[in-house]
Structure formats: structure tokens, C-alpha cells
Design a protein around this ligand. Structure first.
Ligand code: AMP
Length: 419
């Protein structure tokens, strides 16, 4: 019986798995330097974790969540996003009893019953960070800077950072009222989703995909006109810090983000490349969510975070043909006799100890099949051990980029490769 994978999922192997590793490594390297610690939350959660927090009007909860009853008749969700799950874990385990700012990062599969297309899958991985317990525009700027640094670490250039602020609870209340007044006599011209959101969550009308280009949405009242003095000052400090850090951004009053739990500043990272099927897709996004802990009956915990789609980062990186990132240099060790084999394994290990990726052929002692392996792996260096080399206690080294070939004393090997 032929069984194939489900629609909208990826088998990660070969080159794709390699890219996954590269992106994972770059993300972790950046955030670990800021002292973020890895956490892992379950793939299955009580559906309530998301129903209560992400919002009924969000596509995630309204249309895309994988829901099922388990054998104990509990309503379970495959997690469609990770922030709510992190907050559930934070409150349940009383992580708030540790003093100060809590900094977490995760790499997690998420599940959404989305329509599969370029960059859109039903199972995808998110790399994200959450900083819990502090409200400060300087922290927020640093969070955005971290995302920018990940793009730089991977050599990704065409990613635009859009920022907006939703202001405090009071501001959003006033703005929601203003939106209702603005839309109240225009509803007939809007789509069904907008008509419904008018009653449930008018903020979500702003990022309606169907009505986006209508004059009604183009001329809509702007949240900027409703920000309080404190909101303005907070946002100004955030932007000023980003300027100081040389992080480029665009203030875009239209972004509201699809999830209900956001408060204050929110941001999106958009890929811009007209020649790419991924053009205009969000590589990631995030923002402040100061009220989420309270949804889980936790203490007041002002928080901020971002999530990035691994497959989208990989997609963009693959378009660049991987030219922009540094790979660990690869060495293949060739051995030309049974006697040379254990020595080759020893040499390989010595090179691994100093940071090289090393591979070798365990079956063959002839040159031809081992050169074939080199053709396949395309190493930066080839090290050859034959009879002459064993006799003279030397190794033959070939630099495949410069085509240089020379002999080296075995004891000089590490010294040479360290350089
Ligand atoms: P969101 O939680 O919707 O803000 O998503 C955060 C990031 O996850 C997005 O910017 C995308 O990079 C990624 N993402 C969201 N949905 C999908 C999907 N269906 N397939 C692949 N990546 C996704």
C-alpha cells in the first residue's frame, strides 16, 4: 500500500534539513548571546489555552485550529502558535516567583489548517523568543534588534521591519469606539467578515484581506490620533533606541496583527522581492502582550516576544543559494589501505576537535570510489593517507579551492588546520 504524507507538511531531509540546521544555529546563537534560555512546551494543549487568548475572530482560532477529542473526552488542540502555550507554562509552574525579567526562546512545530501554498504549510516550525515581566521601550527595541541580527547573521537583506503601536488598554478602547463610529454607516459596502468583526472586534477590520484596497479602509481613522501622552512617549523612546542601534524600520499604522492578545507595540518582518513567490510574506512578527498572563489567572506580567517561520527563513535563504552564510569547512579523509583506515579515523577526530566537519569512506581502500565521495560532498580539503605517508609519518593535503597540494608531518596537522 502506498502511503503519502498529508497535504501541507514537509519531509525535512537532505539539503532542506541542512538549511534547517543552519537557520536554527543562527537563531540560537543570536538569542543566547542575550541570555535567553531554551524552553519546550507540549505539542498538544487543552484547546482553552488558545480559545481564550488568541481570539475567536482570529483566523487561527476561527478557521485553522486542529481540534480533537482525546479518549478521555477532553478538547485538545495541536498548538497553532506558541506564545499562549509559553504563558500557560509560565503561570502553571509559577515561574514568576523568580525575580526579574524571564527570557525564553523556543523552536517549536505549530499546526494550522491553512490553504497550502508557497511559504504556507499545515505543520511549520516557529523560532521565537518571549521576554516576560518587564515593560520598557528599551527591552522592546532590543527584541526587535535581535530579530534584525538574526537576518544579518543569515545574510538576509530584503526584509522590511514594520512597526506600529496599539497603545494602552484605554487607548484601544477609545480607538475601537472611533472605529465603530467610522464604519457604522459604511458596513453595507464591506465584506461579511468585516460585518461580523464590526460587532466582535473592529480592530481586526483593519487587516481584512478582501477590503484592504477600498477607499473605506484607506481613509480609516488612525490609531496615532488616539494615543495618550504616555503611549506616544513610550513609542518615541522605542523608535529612538532603534535609531541609535541602526535598526531600519517603517512605522505602518495599518498593522494590527491577527491575534487578540497584543497590546502596545507590534511589528512584522516582511520579505520584499518581486521576483520571488515569497514576496510580501511575513517572515515573522510579534509585539507586546501585557495582559496575557492574567488570562491564565497569573500575576500582572508585562511581556513581549516574536515568532519567525523557519520554513520562510529557509525559503528566503535558499533563494540566495546559500551564498551568504558561512558553513563549517568540510574535510574528507582518504585512506588507501587497511592499515591506513584506523589512522584516517584518528585524523578525522583530531580535525573535528578543532571545529571541522569531517567525513570518510569506511568501505573502500581504492582511490576511485573515495574520489567519487569527494565529488559528491565537495569538501574544502582532502587529506590522503597512503603507504608512503605511513612510512614517512606524513599526510597529503589538498586544498580544493586553491588546488594547492602538499605534504604535512602528522604532528603538524592540527597546527596547520587551526590556521
Ligand atoms: P503568526 O503567529 O501568525 O504571527 O506567525 C508568525 C510567523 O510564523 C509568520 O510570520 C510566518 O513566518 C510563520 N507562519 C505562520 N503561519 C504559517 C504557515 N501556515 N506556514 C508557514 N509559516 C507560517
Amino acid at each position: 500500500m502506498k502511503i503519502t504524507k498529508l497535504k501541507g507538511v514537509i519531509d525535512y531531509y537532505g539539503e532542506y534539513a541542512n538549511y534547517f540546521k543552519i537557520v536554527e544555529k543562527a537563531c540560537k546563537k543570536v538569542v543566547e548571546a542575550y541570555n535567553y534560555k531554551e524552553i519546550i512546551t507540549p505539542v498538544i494543549e487543552p484547546a482553552e489555552v488558545f480559545l481564550r487568548t488568541v481570539g475567536d475572530e482570529s483566523d487561527i482560532v476561527g478557521k485553522e485550529m486542529y481540534l480533537f477529542k482525546d479518549r478521555g473526552d477532553r478538547q485538545i488542540a495541536l498548538k497553532p502558535e506558541t506564545t499562549a502555550s509559553v504563558m500557560r507554562m509560565y503561570v502553571e509552574n509559577k515561574l514568576y516567583t523568580e525575580p526579574g525579567l524571564k527570557k525564553y526562546y523556543y523552536l517549536s512545530p505549530n499546526f494550522r489548517y491553512d490553504r497550502p501554498q508557497a511559504g504556507r504549510y499545515r505543520q511549520f516550525y516557529q523560532f521565537g523568543i518571549e521576554a516576560l515581566g518587564v515593560e520598557s521601550p528599551y527591552l522592546d527595541a532590543e527584541v526587535i534588534q535581535m530579530a534584525y541580527q538574526i537576518f544579518n547573521e543569515l545574510g538576509l537583506k530584503n526584509i522590511k521591519i514594520n512597526i506600529n503601536t496599539l497603545g494602552s488598554d484605554e487607548t484601544r478602547k477609545n480607538y475601537t469606539k472611533a472605529l465603530k463610529e467610522y464604519f457604522s454607516d459604511k458596513l453595507d459596502s464591506l465584506c461579511d467578515d468585516c460585518k461580523r468583526r464590526f460587532n466582535t472586534n473592529p480592530l481586526r477590520m483593519l487587516d481584512c484581506k478582501k477590503d484592504q484596497d477600498t477607499d473605506i479602509l484607506k481613509n480609516v481613522v488612525k490609531i496615532q490620533d488616539y494615543l495618550s501622552k504616555e503611549d506616544d512617549e513610550y513609542f518615541a523612546k522605542l523608535l529612538k533606541t532603534l535609531d541609535e542601534l541602526n535598526v531600519p524600520y517603517v512605522v505602518n499604522a495599518k498593522i494590527v496583527r491577527g491575534l487578540d492578545y497584543y497590546t502596545n507595540d507590534i511589528f512584522e518582518f516582511i520579505y520584499e522581492n518581486e521576483n520571488s513567490p515569497l514576496n510580501n510574506l511575513a517572515i515573522g512578527g510579534g509585539g507586546r502582550y501585557n495582559n496575557l498572563a492574567k488570562e491564565f489567572d497569573g500575576p500582572d506580567t508585562p511581556s513581549i516576544g516574536f515568532g519567525m517561520g523557519m520554513e520562510r527563513l529557509i525559503g528566503v535563504l535558499m533563494e540566495l543559494d546559500g551564498k551568504t552564510f558561512k558553513k563549517e569547512p568540510l574535510v574528507v579523509v582518504i585512506s588507501l589501505s587497511e592499515e591506513a583506515k584506523p589512522k584516517a579515523i584518528k585524523i578525522a577526530n583530531e580535525l573535528r576537535e578543532i571545529g571541522y566537519v569531517v567525513d570518510l569512506d569506511y568501505l573502500n581502500n581504492n582511490l576511485k570510489p573515495q574520489f567519487k565521495l569527494c565529488d559528491r560532498l565537495n569538501p574544502d580539503f582532502i587529506v590522503i593517507i597512503g603507504e608512503d605517508e605511513i612510512k614517512n609519518n606524513t599526510l597529503k593535503i589538498k586544498n580544493t579551492k586553491t588546488q594547492d597540494q602538499f605534504d604535512l608531518k602528522v604532528e603538524e596537522l592540527k597546527e596547520y588546520f587551526k590556521k
